[in-house]
Design a binder for this molecule. Structure first.
Ligand code: PLP
Length: 415
């Protein structure tokens, strides 16, 4: 006899995930996820898979850092580990130019707060040792901004998002790194949105000592797998000097399961937590795809297709304020201003998953993670055109078609 369950099986539709993330997961990744056998977390092939993932990740991130591996969970899991070395009373300067760096700032404030400061405002502490530098929405963190703040405050740590997904802005990582070096601050970078989308090597930025990314954006591995992280020896030494109050997200302890012990690669890992053979197999395949396609090729594909989407929405009269290759953040044409939420909800009701900004001002965000071909971009443009029109918007369809055709036609002619 079986019981009657109050709910039927959960059906989730296929949508066009045209937002800032998650990105579409490759069928090859899903097939490895579903195709893995149940093997426990100390099975030789699972441990070998983790060691291979670690090696591929070093290649994808462009680093020789031994402490490079994945943190089980989402972007915030990797970021939580990265910020674990920030201790109560530590001096930190955090640059905030949107929703996500804003949340990173909250993490930093929680970490750096003394017990008294945390108790005074448990959910939103304001420690004296943390300086939050607010950079206006829609603009980037520049070398001048970082230089001025670090020169004034001389912090132990400096942190920012590489690409701020809330406002769609690329921040100056080179300027940030140089300013950190000049002022002896250890840089910490939220690379959740940029890894696997932009063409960069983390070892080119000597002022940055901790990096954290996510599975679901540029790495295209949504089946909740691993948030890539990488730490320099300097970071690990700083952590060894202070310790940190976490077992689960301890950079040195978690690294052991990935075969990194006492700063060295070993043949196989030792237990830290129960890793899933399914997750390891999926993450492994996502990294293989990334290396097969190459980071450089992916980066140039993003730039190319973002250009097409940008040209099309500008032809509709929208104003684009972002400069990120995986995301277009825009203001609607004047006549539709103020109706952003309505438009986004209208699109989402048709399984066309675009997003508003999550903090003021309200803007529309359309993303192209792993949607890198002419047919898909054209479909996104067509749906967006229809939605604008359904809300009463008026624009010259001919101009939109010409913009798209111009972009893709010109590329074909050049080949
Ligand atoms: C998406 C995002 C996050 C949060 O990642 P989750 O996978 O939702 O935990 C953090 N920072 C940035 C810059 C992001 O784009």
């Amino acid at each position: 006899m079986t019981n009657t369950v109050p709910f039927p099986q959960l059906e989730i539709p296929q949508t066009i995930a045209a937002g800032p993330g998650p990105g579409n997961t490759d069928a090859r990744v899903l097939s490895r996820f579903a195709g893995a056998g149940l093997a426990d977390h100390m099975h030789p092939d699972v441990l070998r898979g983790m060691v291979e993932c670690k090696e591929m990740l070093r290649e994808v991130m462009g680093t020789k850092n031994t402490y490079t591996f994945g943190v089980a969970g989402t972007g915030w899991s990797g970021l939580d580990m990265m910020f674990s070395a920030v201790m109560p009373g530590d001096k930190v300067v955090m640059f905030v130019n949107g929703t996500f760096s804003g949340i990173d700032g909250l993490t930093v404030r929680m970490r750096a707060a003394t017990a008294e400061e945390l108790a005074a405002n448990p959910l939103d502490p304001k420690p004296a040792s943390v300086v939050i530098v607010d950079v206006p929405h829609g603009t980037s963190v520049t070398e001048e901004i970082v230089e001025a703040a670090l020169a004034e405050h001389k912090p132990k740590w400096a942190a920012m998002a590489h690409w701020e997904t809330g406002s769609g802005r690329v921040n100056d990582i080179e300027g940030f790194s140089k300013a950190c070096e000049r002022h002896g601050a250890m840089g910490l970078v939220d690379a959740v949105s940029s890894l696997g989308v932009g063409d960069f090597k983390i070892d080119d930025y000597a002022g940055v000592h901790g990096w954290a990314s996510c599975p679901q954006k540029g790495i295209c591995c949504l089946p909740l797998t691993y948030a890539p992280v990488s730490f320099s020896d300097t970071y690990i030494e700083a952590l060894m000097a202070t310790g940190t109050r976490t077992f689960c997200h301890h950079p040195i302890l978690e690294a052991r399961h990935w075969g990194i012990i006492d700063g060295k690669d070993v043949e196989k890992g030792t237990y830290h937590r129960t890793h899933s053979a399914y997750a390891v197999a999926a993450f492994h395949e996502a990294l293989r795809i990334c290396l097969q396609q190459t980071v450089a090729q992916r980066a140039s594909d993003y730039i190319f297709h973002e250009g097409a989407l940008r040209a099309a929405v500008e032809a509709m009269g929208c104003e684009v304020t972002s400069n990120m290759p995986s995301l277009v953040v825009l203001n609607l044409p004047g006549a539709l201003a103020g109706r952003e939420m309505e438009l986004v909800q209208h699109c989402r009701a048709q399984n066309f998953g675009i997003w508003p900004t999550l903090s003021e001002p309200v803007q529309v965000r359309i993303g192209i993670l792993n949607l890198l071909n002419e047919a898909t971009i054209t479909d996104i443009v067509t749906r967006f055109c229809a939605a604008l029109r359904e809300l009463g918007g008026e624009f010259d369809q001919e101009a939109v078609d010409t913009a798209l055709r111009g972009h893709y036609g010109a590329a074909m002619a050049a080949e």
